[in-house]
Ligand binder design. Structure first.
Ligand code: PLP
Length: 392
């Protein structure tokens, strides 16, 4: 039998993320009745807490599901079969949301983009301005493309919609930016936000949510897509818990604790911590690839670098699989892989959620060690650059 590596695993996947002991302990308690006053109070507190994180005063629905469920809830509640939406290409997750829309018979027009440079926002404005009959019902975006480590500036997308004087809704997936990077649902004029539990909220996978603007809620009353579990109308009718079925009380115990942790630290401080850790990660990667032969940052747009995940593209002809396997099997470090067509061609360092400087430096140093062991060409000195960045 193979012995398991000793010590704590360093977990640097871009979701799920490390679940803090405080959150785990908060869930280690007996079940309570989800109809009880005690649970209703916890639910109410969590509902308001998530709205504070999303920065919205409008509506929120939470589901017992992964983020895919919240994606489907958004599509099923807002659009009827045959309607058209505009998807801004970002990468694997804009492609997956597109595939889901197709399965629901929603037509998707794409704003194509170079996935290493990011979408040209003026193309969105142009397309909407040409849509005189307002056939396009919504612009769908992924705020933080986890597959590429790139952010989309949503305030600029909002401006493009407004400048085109188009009534399209603005939908945004904030699954990998939620509670790690600034997000202002109401101020940015987002009509629907999709979030999930297993990244910045530091919870187990299995809870998702949608923040819904009053305008989007109004639009949902006209959607002809059949729905039951995801139906906002059904959920509203199940007040106060607003769950179709049994509410997952343990997820709420955990959520209550994670919201407490985020508010104790302060959201701005949380974002600043992620910015610091992300910059240090990038400093290391820039050194690794500084001779042009080692791994490089996938994102080539300095203004759109993600603060929750760094995607690192391998040198031509070098697979990321042996590196990730060595990191995991030999050194107990879990790194993310490439998704879709980038499988085997990149690795991703998740630095979202419950993470600090020693954890990140451990990850970066061990990545260097694993690159050395696996024979990946790189320039050494990445960790030193990260330390310099963190101490600046
Ligand atoms: N959208 C983004 C940006 C993601 O990163 C992910 C998962 O990593 C998803 C959607 C899908 O979420 P889930 O795996 O919870 O269904």
């Amino acid at each position: 039998m193979n012995a398991k590596p000793r010590g704590r695993q360093f977990f640097n996947n871009p979701g799920p993320t490390n679940i803090p002991d405080r959150v785990l302990r908060s869930m280690d308690r007996p079940v309570i009745d989800f109809m009880s006053e005690e649970f209703v109070a916890i639910h109410h507190a969590c509902h308001n807490g998530v709205k504070r994180v999303l920065k919205t005063d409008q509506n929120l629905f939470m589901y017992s599901s992964t983020g895919h469920g919240a994606w489907e809830a958004a599509l099923a509640n807002l659009f009827s079969p045959g309607e058209t939406v505009l998807m801004v290409e970002t990468g694997y997750f804009s492609e997956s949301w597109t595939e889901m829309a197709h399965h629901l018979d929603i037509k998707v027009e794409l704003i194509p983009a170079d996935q290493r440079k990011g979408a040209d926002i003026s193309k969105i404005a142009e397309r909407l301005a040409a849509d005189k009959e307002h056939k396009i019902k919504a612009v769908l975006t992924v705020h933080n493309e986890t597959a590429t480590g790139m952010v989309l500036p949503l305030d600029q997308v909002r401006r493009a919609i407004d400048e085109a004087k188009h009534p399209a809704l603005l939908l945004s997936d904030t699954i990998s930016s939620l509670a790690s990077m600034e997000y202002k649902m109401d101020a940015w004029g987002i009509d629907l936000t999709v979030g999930g539990s297993q990244k910045g909220l530091m919870l187990p996978t299995g809870m998702s949510m949608t923040g819904v603007s009053n305008k989007a809620l109004e639009v949902s009353r006209k959607s002809k897509t059949p729905r039951h579990y995801w139906s906002w109308e059904m959920m509203t009718g199940r007040a106060p818990q607003k769950f179709v079925g049994t509410a997952p009380v343990h997820m709420f115990f955990g959520l209550q604790e994670s919201l407490k942790m985020l508010e104790e630290e302060g959201l701005d401080a949380v974002f600043a911590r992620h910015a610091r850790l992300a910059e240090a990660t990038r400093a290391a990667v820039r050194v690794w690839g500084s001779d042009g032969k080692g791994p490089q940052l996938f994102c080539q747009n300095e203004d759109r670098l993600s603060n929750s995940v760094t995607a690192v593209v391998m040198p031509d002809g070098v697979s990321s699989d042996p590196l990730r396997k060595t990191a995991l099997d030999r050194y107990n470090l879990s790194l993310g892989g490439g998704l879709g067509k980038m499988m085997g061609k990149m690795f991703r360092i998740g630095h979202m959620g419950d993470l600090n400087e020693p954890m990140l430096l451990g990850c970066l140093a061990t990545t260097e060690l694993a690159m050395k062991t696996a024979g990946v060409p790189f320039v050494s000195g990445g960790v030193e650059a990260a330390i310099k960045s963190l101490s600046a």
